[in-house]
Design a binder for this molecule. Structure first.
Ligand SMILES: *Cc1c(COP(=O)(O)O)cnc(C)c1O
Length: 394
């Protein structure tokens, strides 16, 4: 099977019962991915509903602060719902509509993907169920309430550790039992084929816009692209367009959490201990123990707290097309405060990992070079948590 493979990674490792619906999805995506009507409708929602193109902002104060290359921020934080996740949710819901599906399901950990999915389900008048671990429901009350407000049913999952991994398994089980009328919106560039390709395509608008905008801003000069990596969708959306531009250095930033110990971070590619394995339908790098058990990973940032990574990143890692690095909780929190103070922009704690890498990169750069950091989301959702980490209760 070479379809849906990125080198040796990717594939479709799913229960037999799910195969027909993956085949159906694959066929639908092949039909519509270049269909002018489909793309025009998607474009209209990107522009009129989500707020594309997002700005490419020259961060002059941050540039002065570091004193090296010119720093630009790709402002995905300005999108409706506050992060890049809406790009994919809109693409998939439009596809589901074309396929005649009546119901949308999704899994969510922190609730960000759940809210993006609930948003597009409300917009298109589709029934929506979001599977969420009971522990996460307790931790993420604000997003749970938002989903309910948007008309979505939040389904508590109490099996296993009652977190994201279990919610995903439960969503797959539900999907298998409701194949005819249900589409499953996966929130990152992970899962079985065709998801990693499809999600990447919906997110690649980020990289395509950067190429256009940097022409106007910096005469096309671009030396570094930096993005954070959870499942890897905002990063692949940033990097894919530039995969063949070997003069553009691409850096994916993973969460180094509270240290290198097992279960203390969420690094899969920048961690020498991680090895390839199968998780949620695809073969890719995985945080696993010596017995091949997937380990519970940790990061201050709920959006980076995932033990796997998209298969295209696994290939880019092996081929040296992208360099993967780790940034710890402390460094991310410092970057969260730095961008707030220097630029008046409060970044998501996920995006703060990418921003924090500037502290290591900038001293090695020249003034005439250009760096673009993808600001994957805004930090309103994280203010309370960062305050607590700084010893302040609000
Ligand atoms: C979900 C999320 C991420 C991580 O997801 P990717 O698929 O790796 O992009 C990063 N930033 C924000 C703001 C998020 O909400």
């Amino acid at each position: 099977m070479s379809k849906g493979r990125f080198g040796k990674y990717g594939g479709q490792y799913v229960p037999e019962i799910v195969m027909p619906v993956l085949k159906e999805l694959e066929a639908a995506y092949e039909q519509y991915q270049a269909d002018p009507d489909f793309l025009a409708e998607l474009r209209r929602y990107y522009v009129e509903y989500a707020g594309r193109p997002t700005l490419l902002y020259y961060a002059e104060n941050l540039t002065k602060y570091y004193g090296g290359a010119r720093i630009y921020l790709k402002r995905e934080d300005l999108l409706h719902t506050g992060a890049h996740k809406i790009n994919n949710a809109l693409g998939q819901v439009l596809l589901a509509k074309r396929m005649g599906k009546k119901r949308i399901i999704a899994e969510t950990g922190a609730g960000q993907h759940g809210v993006a999915t609930a948003t597009v389900a409300a917009l298109f008048g589709m029934e929506c169920k979001v599977f969420m671990g009971a522990v996460d429901i307790e931790r993420q009350k604000l997003n749970v309430f938002k989903m309910k407000l948007l008309g979505t049913e939040v389904v508590p999952v109490t099996t296993g550790t009652a977190t994201l991994k279990d919610a995903t398994s439960e969503a797959i089980r539900y999907w298998a039992a409701h194949i005819e009328d249900t589409h499953y919106i996966i929130g990152s560039a992970v899962g079985p084929h065709p998801y990693p390709t499809m999600v990447r395509d919906f997110r690649s608008i980020i990289g395509r816009e950067i190429r256009e905008q940097i022409k106007a801003e910096a005469g096309g000069r671009l030396d570094y692209l930096v993005a954070c990596v959870g499942g890897g969708s905002n990063a692949i959306g940033t990097f894919h367009e530039f995969a063949k531009d070997s003069d553009v250095k691409k850096i994916g930033v993973e969460a180094a959490g509270r240290g290198p110990g097992i279960g203390d971070n969420a690094q899969t590619l920048s961690n020498p201990a991680s090895r390839p394995g199968v998780l949620h339908g695809a073969y890719s790098y995985l945080a696993q123990d010596d017995d091949g058990q997937v380990i519970e990973v940790y990061s201050i940032s709920a959006g980076l707290d995932y033990p796997g990574v998209g298969p295209e990143h696994a290939m880019f890692h092996d081929q040296g097309i992208v360099e993967y690095v780790g940034i710890n909780d402390r460094e991310a929190q410092d970057a969260f405060q730095l961008l707030s103070r220097e630029e008046g922009i409060i970044p998501a704690v996920e995006s703060s990992h990418a921003l924090a890498y500037l502290g290591k990169l900038m001293p090695k750069t020249q003034k005439d070079e250009v760096v673009v950091v993808t600001l994957s989301g805004r930090g309103d959702k994280d203010v309370q948590q960062v305050a607590r980490a700084l010893g302040e209760e609000i």
